[in-house]
Design a protein around this ligand. Structure first.
Ligand SMILES: [Zn+2]
Length: 491
């Protein structure tokens, strides 16, 4: 990752709209937003593209719509709007919010499928072929499932008995691409982070049990999707449709955005969709003779206060509720500061109030009010900060997906500044009539003002509003005592 980048294309998944946005979606999208903001600062706004959106086709969506007595399109419009609204509330800033029911997407997917039908594998076989498929199909997973994967005869992810399905499908000859994909992954040309996930994918390839995957499904089992161009009794299988979004949204093959931004530098996702992104997606790209993304970043599943997130337990956290309680900046801080990216992720909602008071009210908020109060009282509000002296605190960590660690290093600065105040006791120097003490007082407050500026700059990708507020306060012509605390104490 040391090569100098000129542009940065980052994707969060297009989320599947069979359910409402939850904290897991929020985590992935917030991480992407931190990177997008960081790189916009580094490379300029025009050289960063951050994509997310909604994946809206498939049997599961049709099922969910029917359950609520809705037409699929009306249903996906509703859920998609909820995702979009949550990102606005969290103040995450995708450059585009892409939907797979958008006619522009559908048109390009049809072109892609037609191209695949003409394409050859590295071994000289047709990429697509027609065959009977009979197997167990989990509607929850949108995929055929092996008997060996079942627990008590049920899909372990969905706790559902899979259906026995037999139909004529079009298949993608994955087998022929695996040796090339393996080389890309082994050499980190397609980086998979963390390394445990890379090894998992290589393990899957080495087992040599990966079947070719179907790229179409009968309209009887999947009524809601894109028509297969040459056979209207078939729909394009939801994963091909969905994965293509990363290039259709850029206007592949001739769009300006596509030419500028593909391949992606970072594709971020949760563990459950790793296989599709690490195997199917590269295979599709290779068949289209397109470059592979540079890196896939995978985070684990979420638990809430140590328990699996579930509607039955009632511990599903809605990101919009957190925003109502804490605002967007603090919500992002609380979520990102609890565990490292890639680790199994337990969100301790019980700890949020304590953490809010400790880190934000007593930590950052207290520092801002102490420093500005003293500058207002002892220096008549006049202090200068040097923007050129800003160090890239947390930058190396952000580049390497160590978001929690970046926040820890920023909070270390906050602690240091607070304890410097305790040790140097500027209020005692202010009482002194010795000229040397006056000079020392001014010096200390200038240091602290510089520290605040530094902290605000480092916080920008994580807490943009807070960062802007602090910078406004500390660069004012005349700093006045803050009218209200940055973070009000909560009971
Ligand atoms: Zn399943």
């Amino acid at each position: 990752m040391s090569e100098k980048k000129k542009k940065f294309y980052i994707t969060a998944p297009l989320y599947y709209v069979n359910g409402e946005p939850h904290i897991g979606h929020a985590y992935t999208t917030i991480v992407a937003d931190v990177l997008a903001r960081f790189y916009r600062h580094e490379l300029g706004d025009n050289n960063v593209y951050f994509l997310t959106g909604t994946d809206e086709h498939g049997a599961k969506v049709a099922e969910a719509a029917a359950k609520r007595g809705m037409e699929p399109q009306a249903f996906v419009d509703k859920i998609s709007a909820q995702f979009k609204a949550v990102w606005q509330e969290l103040e995450v800033t995708p450059n585009d919010f892409w939907r797979t029911t958008d006619p522009a997407h559908i048109k390009i997917v049809v072109d892609i499928i037609n191209t695949l039908k003409q394409a050859q594998t590295p071994a000289g076989n047709d990429v697509l072929y027609e065959a009977d498929y009979e197997g167990l199909y989990c509607v929850g997973c949108e995929k055929f499932i092996f008997a060996s994967e079942l627990v008590d005869g049920k899909c372990p992810l969905h706790n559902k008995v899979p259906e026995q399905v037999k139909e004529k499908n079009w298949f993608f000859r994955l087998q022929d691409f695996l040796p090339t994909i393996k080389k890309f992954i082994e050499s980190d040309q397609l980086l998979i982070y963390p390394v445990s996930r890379k090894n998992e994918v290589l393990g899957l390839i080495d087992k040599q049990t990966l079947p070719d995957f179907s790229i179409s499904r009968s309209i009887k089992s999947v009524p809601w999707g894109i028509d297969l161009p040459w056979d209207k009794t078939q729909k394009v299988y939801v994963w091909v449709d969905a994965l293509s979004n990363y290039i259709t949204a850029l206007g592949y093959p001739n769009g300006k955005l596509y030419k500028k931004f593909w391949p992606a530098e970072a594709q971020i996702m949760a563990l459950d969709i790793l296989k599709f992104h690490a195997l199917y997606w590269p295979a599709i790209l290779l068949a289209l003779k397109l470059p592979l993304p540079k890196a896939l970043y995978i985070h684990g599943f979420f638990t809430i206060d140590g328990q699996k997130m579930s509607k039955t337990i009632g511990n599903v956290i809605r990101p919009d509720e957190l925003v109502q309680t804490y605002g967007p900046d603090v919500t992002k801080y609380l979520i990102l500061s609890q565990f490292s990216f890639g680790a199994e992720s337990d969100i301790k909602v019980e700890d949020f109030p304590k953490k809010y008071n400790a880190d934000l009210v007593n930590g950052l908020g207290n520092l801002v009010s102490r420093v500005t109060n003293m500058i207002a009282s002892y220096l008549d509000g006049h202090v200068s900060v040097d923007k050129k002296k800003i160090k890239p605190v947390g930058a190396a960590e952000i580049i390497n997906f160590k978001f929690r660690e970046a926040l820890l290093s920023i909070w270390q600065l906050i602690q240091q500044a607070n304890s410097q105040i305790d040790q140097t006791k500027p209020w005692e120097l202010a009482k002194s009539i010795v000229p040397a003490d006056k000079k020392k007082l001014k010096q200390i407050l200038e240091y602290l003002a510089q520290d605040l500026y530094q902290i605000a700059a480092a916080l920008e990708p994580f807490m943009p509003d807070t960062s802007a507020k602090i910078i406004r306060i500390i660069t004012a012509k005349k700093i006045s005592k803050p009218a209200e605390p940055l973070f009000p104490r909560k009971q």
